[in-house]
Write a protein that binds this ligand. Structure first.
Ligand SMILES: *Cc1c(COP(=O)(O)O)cnc(C)c1O
Length: 395
């Protein structure tokens, strides 16, 4: 098979030429003063973009490590959690909590709906002693967005800590860590920022550090330990790493942040993603397909899931589009794998006419397999939506 011409997935996603060029730079020694300075400045730059004064730990592995570290750091046998489940990632988070002996109250909603903050309020009031609340801001494989701000404010008002999987919402949707009381937020470079998989960007509030520090079961002396980053890096003048960081991934992430700023900053990035998401929704609907989200208001800006029409399987369709047209789209994850196809519009793929490629490839692929769709109407709708003025830089 030839290499894909377009990777328009729920992440990892494509990188810009500028980020790719950064990956080709010479590898430097991790305690080279220039690299130390760059790494430390990058922590603060990311914190500013996340609207937080909290510490940032750049754990040197894909975002799942940051999420598992948060789960294990905060959980001792008996720690009472409320886990809000609207998709597969939240389910996996609950598995970590239970494996640490956590007492987990699971509130699950249908995967084509968002969590209702009123339910969070009710459950927290009913129990009274829930210590932590976990929520996935956007379940990327299904493109469903939860009302993170309302959920975290309610949790905070009940004295519970919040852990938010904001892996794909950073730079694609509004995210205000401090104002919204997100105690631990985890972000990945390979989603909205358009850099490489390989780093977990973890923001940790003073209250979350305190709870971890008081937890004798929190990982220490371990690759999964956030506390190691606190004691051996953050509180030790940031002069010596715990282990050699992935310097190339760090440099690529730094350049992705430069590019985001040069393209107008975080709000411009969010506006670009909102436009791409709207374009894809309008395109697939105009083609005659059905969106996965029950209510459009619960749709995320980073990815859009489409219900697979009858007469074709998701695997058959995505493989055909990949082989015949060189376009990689995503399948759903977990139980959604056979139900939906997911178009990613993150970083580079939210710009220019990438959304057009995704929608047209989906339409053409379906037509190839004998499913009637109006490709022309879909293409026209995307072109219209992508050229509506943002009042912001469009590249
Ligand atoms: C991408 C993503 C992660 C990280 O997991 P990978 O699939 O390994 O990249 C975690 N949570 C969410 C919501 C994500 O979108």
């Amino acid at each position: 098979m030839q290499i894909a011409s377009f990777t328009l997935t729920s992440g990892p996603t494509m990188m810009s030429d500028r980020v790719r060029a950064a990956l080709g730079a010479q590898v430097v020694y991790d305690t080279d003063p220039l690299f130390l300075q760059r790494f430390t400045a990058l922590e603060r730059r990311l914190a500013d973009l996340m609207h937080t004064r909290n510490d940032i730990a750049l754990m040197q592995a894909e975002a799942v490590v940051g999420l598992e570290a948060a789960a294990r750091g905060l959980t001792a046998p008996g720690t009472k959690w409320l886990n809000l489940v609207s998709g597969p990632y939240a389910g996996w988070f609950g598995d970590w909590l239970r494996s640490c002996g956590g007492e987990v109250i699971t509130h699950e909603v249908p995967y084509d709906e968002a969590v209702d903050p009123a339910d969070v309020e009710r459950i927290l009031a009913e129990h009274g002693d829930i210590e932590c609340v976990a929520v996935v801001h956007c379940e990327t494989p299904s493109g469903m967005l939860n009302p993170l701000r309302e959920i975290c404010e309610i949790a905070h008002s009940h004295g519970a800590l919040t852990v938010a999987d904001t892996v794909a919402t950073f730079a694609t949707s509004e995210l205000r860590v401090d104002d919204w009381h997100v105690d631990i937020g985890v972000v990945a470079p390979h989603k909205g920022l358009g850099a490489t998989p390989g780093i977990s960007i973890v923001s940790v509030s003073p209250a979350a550090w305190e709870k971890m520090d008081a937890n004798p079961h929190a990982p220490r002396g371990s690759f999964l330990s956030l506390l190691d980053w606190k004691t051996r890096w953050i509180d030790s003048d940031r002069t010596e790493f715990l282990h050699a960081p992935s310097v190339s991934d760090v440099v690529a992430l730094d350049v992705a942040v430069d590019e985001l700023i040069d393209l107008g900053g975080i709000d411009a990035s969010i506006a670009r993603h909102a436009r791409a998401a709207k374009a894809v929704r309008e395109g697939v609907t105009a083609m005659g397909l059905q969106l996965w989200a029950k209510h459009e208001r619960d749709s995320a800006n980073c990815s859009t899931a489409v219900r697979c029409p009858e007469g074709v399987t998701t695997e058959q369709l995505s493989l055909h589009i990949r082989e015949r047209h060189g376009v990689m789209l995503s399948l759903g994850r977990g139980s959604l794998k056979s139900e939906i196809l997911c178009i990613g519009h993150m970083g580079l793929s939210a710009r220019s006419f990438y959304p057009q490629v995704a929608v047209t490839a989906l339409g053409r692929g379906l037509a190839d397999l004998g499913i009637a769709v109006d490709i022309g109407a879909g293409a026209a709708a995307v072109a219209q939506a992508m050229t509506e003025p943002l009042g912001l830089p469009v590249v």
